[in-house]
Design a binder for this molecule. Structure first.
Ligand code: ATP
Length: 378
């Protein structure tokens, strides 16, 4: 999983860079229930920033406040340095693409895309040129005369995008823009959307509950739970260095060992967990004192499955294979430890199934390197 944005284009690493969208202590309550809770975020020009979280976490409410469709209970919103908190939706340099596309059913593709420009009162020839250019950008040239009911879901999505972009907004807000598409089309459209966004350099903020989609498309992700932002980071950072058990569990699958720090050195900690016979050793850990109750996270693809007993002092265990989930390119082994805990290990299927040495009910050994563990606060 790699970010589409090379490191020399990462303004959030540059202390001198000014955020394009600045959200300061934003809160929204509905009848006493907090939907968005004291959120502060800086989003930079040209980013494709995803708000990710499960249903009800507040991501749509946050997006709607940026659009101006919802009034914050407290906090401020700045876009390009200007305070937009009290600016009505139609005066913000923002355009929103809805999950349902919201195309006008009685209008043709061309009329749908031209609609906003006609309302702005632009000259006819400019409208025609811009509509042509943006339909070409979303690869919908030739569909001008069709009505929405003559288009597929993916085509409607592209027209909705053209209708947003044609107004040349500074900021495009996308509410689960690909949710209505089937898996194959969604994957293709994800890449198309990233290409279009990079081509015109506009800033996108997208809401998603699909972690794979957010990982594929985003420059950075803000992971939300119960109205709060738990972590902001690039896809790799969030995956490799989650800052909590919640984030580690939400993004991909993870093995978690609750335990206590029994040794604390400058470059590693040793953790005792009741789930493991051997202690765990984690390098590059945040300094936490001996006696601290923590959890060690290890991704299944970092666990090595072997039939030879390791000689290491730390980070290995025996176990019995209880399940093998075949996914084509990889298999996931569910291994039961003597403690009763189950550890997942992912292994690439380098040979055909019948030739693989490890089968159900086999005794195996699992091991991993100290640099592959992450210490998380409980
Ligand atoms: P989903 O992925 O299901 O759309 P979400 O993360 O976008 O969820 P929101 O739509 O922002 O979540 O809702 C956050 C919380 O605020 C939910 O508990 C929801 O019921 C509540 N909520 C949202 N809009 C309103 C409203 N207009 N009136 C009352 N409660 C609301």
């Amino acid at each position: 999983m790699t970010s589409k944005h090379p490191s020399n284009l990462e303004p959030w690493q540059d202390p001198k860079a000014q955020p394009y969208v600045s959200i300061k202590n934003l809160t929204k309550t509905f009848g006493g229930k907090v939907a968005v809770n004291d959120v502060s975020l800086s989003i930079y020009k040209g980013e494709l920033f995803s708000l990710l979280g499960r249903s009800g976490c507040g991501k749509t409410t946050l997006l709607r406040m940026l659009a101006g469709f919802e009034t914050p209970t407290s906090g401020r919103i700045y876009i390009d340095g200007a305070d937009m908190t009290d600016t009505p939706a139609y005066k913000r340099p923002v355009s929103m693409v809805f999950q349902s596309y919201a195309l006008f059913p009685h209008m043709t593709v061309e009329q749908n895309v031209a609609f906003g420009l006609i309302q702005e009162g632009l000259p006819k020839n400019e409208i025609r040129d811009r509509v042509d250019a943006y339909l070409e950008l979303v690869q919908m040239s030739g569909y001008e005369r069709r009505k929405p009911d003559q288009l597929s879901g993916g085509e409607m999505q592209r027209v909705a995008l053209a209708r947003s972009l044609v107004k040349q907004p500074k900021l495009v807000l996308l509410d689960e823009p690909l949710a209505a598409l089937d898996k194959k089309l969604r994957e293709r459209t994800q890449l198309e959307l990233v290409n279009i966004q990079e081509k015109i350099g506009v800033t996108f903020i997208m809401v998603s509950h699909d972690q794979e989609e957010a990982m594929t498309m985003s420059s950075r992700i803000g992971l939300m739970n119960e109205g709060r932002i738990l972590q902001v980071g690039g896809p790799t950072e969030i995956y490799e260095y989650p800052n909590s058990k919640y984030v580690a569990n939400f993004i991909g699958s993870v093995n978690l060992f609750d335990g206590m720090i029994v040794e604390e050195k400058s470059d590693h900690v040793v953790v005792k967990s009741t789930a493991m016979e051997k202690n765990l050793c984690v390098s590059h850990s945040a300094s936490l004192p001996v006696g601290a109750q923590i959890s060690v996270a290890i991704r299944p693809e970092k666990v090595v499955l072997t039939d030879a007993k390791p000689k290491d002092e730390y980070n290995w265990t025996s176990g019995i294979v209880k399940e093998i989930v075949y996914l084509g390119d990889v298999s996931i082994y569910h291994v039961k430890l003597p403690s009763g805990a189950t550890v997942l290990a992912t292994a690439a299927n380098l040979t055909r199934a019948a030739e693989r040495p490890i089968q159900w009910e086999d005794e195996v050994f699992l091991r991993w390197k100290p640099e592959n563990g992450i210490v998380l606060a409980i």
